[in-house]
Design a protein around this ligand. Structure first.
Ligand SMILES: [Zn+2]
Length: 454
């Protein structure tokens, strides 16, 4: 099959010749083999496609593409038996067609089974020399470039990009955005999973970290990260738990699935934030597996301390004022332009005013310290360009006695917390570092004024 034909087959949603043969055999009454052994086939769509439902997790496909079904079992299915997950991982990683086998691939049968099903796709590298290279190598390189550079997949269809690729190799048939973001991406995910499996096999003393968050479109996503004793981090699993209640029992079950897959003896500790449900899920796990340490995320703990500080009457008032000043300069283009010019004249580095974002833990310090850093510029604007400060309340704040002094005071208190959060977020920090930072934070809290500012 030529590269062109292969591409057409993939992009027109049909599968390769051998897989079509399989389909025909199945229709003619032969026992189902290959991917359809794992999916219940529903209504025919009349064009060689069927509805399909995963036999393990019951995920429904209204128009089941064989490549999507394989990718589901290799990368996404939460209930597929481990030996079949590895089987489909092998197929994706090695770019094979579906194998009509009742036995999952293992060390002994892998060679005989896979040889005759290998896809052979060549493309001429240089027309003058008739040298050929495997088109899947180019596919892989391009996919990796898109993923690692964070290039949106739709760029692959941009005529200028197509032109650039065609100049490099006129015979290479450029994949569509759909093929790139589904088929080729699935293959890369399978390769990463395979590498992680191999690393886990040769590693012990693994720490599991878990956390959940809500995406902009309202989904509840949970991630499970593995940390090795050599401080490497691997994203092991991402779960969409939107349709579940996140009780301690449910979370403990999910953690246990990960533990069972890895082997509980290899796991040293489990770390998470301290939400009531997560903390008791951690407790459930640690009372079942005595070898697993129950560890609370210290960065999250530091953030809770900083939240307590900014609820202090003095801090709350100062942050509110700092925020108003920042917001004003973000909105008023005239004031912002003068501020920018002042920053340039004073030769101040580290940029302009910073906004405080509650969910970004170090921004409270950045916001307050940016006011301190730009004190001279803000004072000059207050005294010489008061006409651009169109909101009287901002002028009042800038004129108020002690505003800059108090902001500086608060900035000093928040500084060790910001440092502590940044320090424990890097991979070479240890529990001893966490302890030292707690002492530093405690000493700076001593410096907070008492409630005289009410
Ligand atoms: Zn499934």
């Amino acid at each position: 099959m030529t590269e062109q034909e292969r591409r057409q087959l993939v992009s027109s949603d049909t599968e390769s010749e051998k897989e079509r043969e399989n389909e025909i055999h199945t229709k003619s009454g032969r026992p189902q083999s290959g991917i359809w052994k794992h999916f219940d086939r529903g209504e025919s769509k009349g064009d060689g496609h069927w509805e399909g439902t995963c036999q393990y997790c019951k995920k429904f496909y209204s128009r089941a593409k064989l490549s999507s079904l394989r990718a589901h079992l290799a990368n996404n299915c939460k209930d597929v038996p481990e030996e079949w997950r590895r089987h489909f991982n092998y197929i994706l990683v090695n770019n094979l067609n579906d194998l009509p086998t009742d036995e999952p691939l293992n060390e002994s049968n892998i060679f005989t089974l896979t040889q005759k099903w290998k896809k052979e796709v060549k493309v001429t590298a240089d027309q003058s020399e008739l040298a050929t290279i495997d088109a899947s190598v180019i596919d892989e390189t391009i996919t990796l470039a898109f993923i690692m550079c964070g290039i949106p997949f739709r760029v692959i269809n941009n005529p200028f990009f197509v032109n650039a690729l065609k100049t490099l190799n006129p015979n290479y048939n450029i994949p569509s955005c759909k093929v790139l973001s589904e088929h080729l991406l699935d293959n890369e995910v399978a390769k990463v999973n395979k590498n992680i499996d191999e690393i886990i096999r040769s590693t012990s003393n693994i720490t599991i970290g878990l956390d959940g968050w809500t995406t902009p479109d309202g989904k509840s996503i949970w991630c499970f990260v593995l940390l090795t004793s050599t401080r490497q981090e691997y994203l092991y699993k991402l779960g969409d738990f939107s349709n579940q209640s996140h009780t301690a029992e449910f979370l403990a079950n999910q953690i246990e699935i990960v533990i069972d897959r890895i082997n509980s003896k290899k796991i040293l500790a489990i770390v998470s934030d301290n939400g009531a449900n997560v903390a008791s899920a951690r407790h459930l796990i640690c009372s079942k597996y005595k070898n697993i340490l129950n560890v609370r995320c210290v960065a999250h703990c530091y953030n809770l301390i900083s939240k307590d500080i900014i609820q202090h009457t003095f801090a709350e008032r100062m942050i509110q004022r700092a925020n108003r000043v920042v917001q004003f300069f973000k909105k008023s283009h005239k004031a912002a332009a003068i501020l920018k010019e002042k920053i340039r004249q004073h030769g101040i580095s580290d940029g302009g005013l910073k906004t405080y974002v509650e969910t970004r833990w170090t921004t409270v310090h950045e916001c307050v310290s940016s006011i301190v850093r730009l004190k001279s510029c803000l004072e000059e604007i207050r005294d010489n360009h008061s006409e651009v400060v169109t909101t009287p309340a901002i002028l009042t704040i800038l004129h108020s006695r002690g505003f800059f002094h108090d902001t500086q005071h608060l900035s000093k208190v928040l500084f060790p917390i910001k440092n502590a959060i940044l320090a424990v977020e890097v991979t070479n920090s240890t529990l001893a570092d966490a302890y030292i930072y707690l002492i530093k934070i405690a000493s700076s809290i001593q410096n907070l004024p008492t409630d005289e500012y009410k």
